[in-house]
Design a protein around this ligand. Structure first.
Ligand code: ATP
Ligand code: MG
Length: 140
């Protein structure tokens, strides 16, 4: 185990319901430190690029529509074993299957509007952090 960084996104369903602060408190309580954060409105091109691994999936256009339907908060989380810790804190993709007490179990509306994103591997964390943040924004 080592100190890692992972990319998190608070998605439009959550920003729309003003859940940014409570989700950040949940992350902090779980040992994940927010070391960089900004609020953005993604373009269709940015959403499609970010989720390009899902381009052939039937839900891809719905996913891109949703991710551009409102503001997102993109953030870099830091902790011991941050990638897998954040996946656990988020809960399963489908909130009906998410572990009790996880962010998705508490706040997600459905499998698309599931409140948060988290990188699924250390390699993807590096790629996704570089997608949204310049080196000079990661000063902690
Ligand atoms: P994320 O990548 O957003 O952290 P995840 O890794 O848990 O979520 P993925 O399989 O990578 O899940 O799917 C990316 C996103 O696409 C999901 O978070 C969700 O918003 C949407 N999605 C996934 N599966 C479905 C589905 N079957 N129907 C509708 N939307 C889906
Ligand atoms: Mg994913």
């Amino acid at each position: 185990m080592s100190i890692q960084r992972t990319l998190s996104i608070i998605k439009p369903d959550a920003t729309r319901r003003n859940l940014t602060r409570v989700i950040n408190e949940h992350l902090k309580r779980s040992g994940l430190k927010v070391v960089a954060q900004k609020r953005l409105l993604l373009t269709k091109a940015q959403a499609a690029k970010f989720y390009e691994v899902h381009a052939e999936r039937p839900f891809f256009s719905e996913l891109c529509e949703y991710m551009t339907s409102g503001q997102v908060v993109v953030q870099v989380l830091q902790a011991e074993d941050a990638v897998s810790l954040n996946r656990k804190v988020m809960g399963a993709t489908n909130p009906e299957e998410a572990e009790a007490g996880s962010i998705r179990a508490e706040y997600a509306l459905n499998i698309t509007e599931n409140s948060v994103h988290g990188s699924d591997s250390l390699e993807n964390a590096r790629i996704e952090i570089a997608f949204f943040f310049a080196e000079f924004e990661l000063v902690v």
